[in-house]
Every structure is written in structure tokens, then in C-alpha cells.
Design a protein around this ligand. Structure first.
Ligand code: SF4
Ligand code: SF4
Length: 298
């Protein structure tokens, strides 16, 4: 069985303890407009076009067998209904402005990458992190890869939205040392409005992991105008305190990645960030005053 990934990042230091190899799995059931890895949302291979790298040579337009590419003034346009994602345009692009995102890999491919850094994992108490996208959208593939990684006593972290079935979560539990668990907001309707899905199962799965004494770090992305108000913070506190007083929380400030959305021919919004630093500090202080362990950043 193959898995679809869109990146393997070696020497990562923000995806769990120590030095890590992070494998980014492609495909996510949520559609958060602030996602900083929008190339991880679609569960299939895609094209990405980086405007500043393009020299407008037209080679991609000319080689496409399906006439899926054209220029609208200086902007390359993609007709998805015609594109078969054959990759010929990306192969011929002289500047790598156009590239294919997403690669099908086997278990051995993943392990070959991991093996390169095992020495660093030992020295730094690091390990391997599966991120995305949503890794648990490819649970069957994870179940092929994880036992081999654990057989080498490598620390495994999963960076998840928590939006998965109880059954799939249960299946991977024996192989996971740490869950980096996203909590975007507590209110159900607001969660649906901003991410496309309700959050009941996310909250249930989180309670289940904590009741099973799994190591969980909660990651709250702080998004201006979405979850940074006083009432949002109060809701986070009530919910987090109901889980466990010792829960660790990381606050992840919003970053504008609208260039990536443009590169994927997708639309996004731009958050107003002028008060973001202040909001992050205010949330941090309030969570700490309520006895929670909080850190800014991953
Ligand atoms: S991937 Fe293939 S079909 Fe799609 S635009 Fe490029 S050359 Fe055309
Ligand atoms: S081949 Fe590359 S550089 Fe040339 S027009 Fe296409 S995207 Fe731009």
C-alpha cells in the first residue's frame, strides 16, 4: 500500500522534542482558511506555480497535451477540468516555478529517509513526526509504517486535527508517544463555520487520549478575528481545565501564507495582524493565571 506525502523535512525542531524528521501527509478533512500548509489539504497530486520564479517562457503552456495552461496577462492559469496531473509542464519548467505537489511513496521510502537521521534522534532525544494535512486520513498507511519505526525504539509524534474515527485513533495508539493535538476553537457552530466541520469528535477523541494517559500537547493557532477574543479565551480555559490541570498548551500565532494559496489557484482571507502579538500574550497570561502550562510556539 502507498501513502501520499507532500514533503519530508529533516532536522525539524518545532514538531516535537529534539531533532526530528517530519513527514507531511497529503489530504485533510478540514478546510481552515488560515492553514499554513494549504498544499496538504487536497488528498491528491496538485500543481503549484510560484509567480516570482516564472520567466513567462511559455514552455509549460506549449508542452501541455491537454491545453490546461494559459496566461492571463502575467498570471498562469490552470484549467483543472483538463489537467491530468501528468507533470510534463513541471518537468520542462526551467526555473521550478511550476512543480508537482504530492508523491506516492511506499513504507521503504519513508524508512530510508528516517534511517539517515537516526544518529541525531539518539543524540537529541528526537524522533519522527507525522504531520500534514491530516495523517490519520491515511491510517492504513500509518499502520504499515509505524510498527517498523517503533521496532527501532524511535520516538513518534502525530500532529493531528483530531478529526478521525475512534477506531482509527485506537489502532495507532500503541505506536505513538506524543500527540500534537490542534484545538482551533471550542464552540461547535463557530468551528463548523471556520473549518467546515463540527468539533464534537475532536473533543471526544482528545478526552479519550487524556483518559488513557497519552502524552498530549494541545496546539491552539491564534487567528485574529476568529479565536482571539476574550470569550474565546474563557471557553478555552473552561474546556482545557475540564481535561486535566497538567495539560500543556502551545499557542501558534497566525502567519500570512496567502502566496501559497495563490500558487495553488485557491482563495483565502487575510487576517488583520496589527494586534496579534498583544493578543497572543494576553491569551498566554490568562491561561497561565488559570494554572495551565503555556508556551508560545511549537
Ligand atoms: S500536469 Fe500535465 S495536463 Fe496538467 S497542466 Fe501540466 S502538462 Fe498539462
Ligand atoms: S515553464 Fe515555468 S518559467 Fe516558463 S512560463 Fe511555465 S511556469 Fe513560467
Amino acid at each position: 500500500m502507498s501513502g501520499l506525502i507532500f514533503n519530508i523535512q529533516r532536522f525539524a525542531i518545532h514538531d516535537g522534542p529534539g531533532i526530528r524528521t517530519t513527514i507531511f501527509m497529503k489530504g485533510c478533512p478540514l478546510s481552515c482558511w488560515w492553514c499554513h500548509n494549504p498544499e496538504g489539504i487536497c488528498p491528491s497530486v496538485e500543481l503549484m506555480w510560484t509567480r516570482y520564479k516564472c520567466i513567462h517562457c511559455q514552455s509549460c503552456v506549449d508542452i501541455c497535451p491537454n491545453r490546461a495552461l494559459s496566461f492571463d496577462e502575467d498570471r498562469l492559469m490552470l484549467d483543472r477540468t483538463r489537467c491530468t496531473f501528468c507533470g510534463k509542464c513541471a518537468q520542462i519548467c526551467p526555473t521550478t516555478a511550476l512543480k508537482v505537489v504530492g508523491k506516492w511513496v511506499e513504507e521503504e521510502d519513508i524508512f530510508r529517509e528516517i534511517e539517515k537521521d537516526m544518529m541525531y534522534f539518539d543524540q537529541s532525544d528526537g524522533g519522527v513526526t507525522f504531520s500534514g494535512g491530516e495523517p490519520l486520513l491515511q491510517t492504513d498507511f500509518l499502520l504499515q509504517v509505524l510498527p517498523k519505526i517503533k521496532s527501532h525504539q524511535i520516538h513518534v509524534a502525530i500532529d493531528t486535527s483530531g478529526y478521525t474515527t475512534k477506531e482509527d485513533l485506537e489502532k495507532i495508539l500503541p505506536y505513538v508517544d506524543l500527540f500534537l493535538y490542534d484545538l482551533k476553537m471550542v464552540d461547535r457552530a463557530k468551528h463548523k463555520e471556520n473549518t467546515g466541520v463540527e468539533n464534537d469528535i475532536i473533543k471526544e477523541n482528545l478526552r479519550s487520549l487524556i483518559s488513557k494517559k497519552k502524552h498530549v500537547i494541545i496546539r491552539i493557532p491564534v487567528i485574529p478575528g476568529v479565536n482571539d477574543s476574550k470569550s474565546d479565551t474563557d471557553e478555552f480555559i473552561v474546556f482545557l481545565k475540564s481535561l486535566n490541570d497538567d495539560i500543556e498548551v502551545n499557542l501558534l500565532p497566525y502567519h500570512d501564507v496567502s502566496e501559497k494559496y495563490e500558487a495553488l489557484w485557491k482563495k483565502t482571507r487575510n487576517a488583520i495582524t496589527k494586534d496579534l502579538d498583544e493578543a497572543v500574550l494576553r491569551i498566554k497570561n490568562k491561561l497561565q493565571m488559570n494554572g495551565l502550562k503555556v508556551k508560545i510556539g511549537g
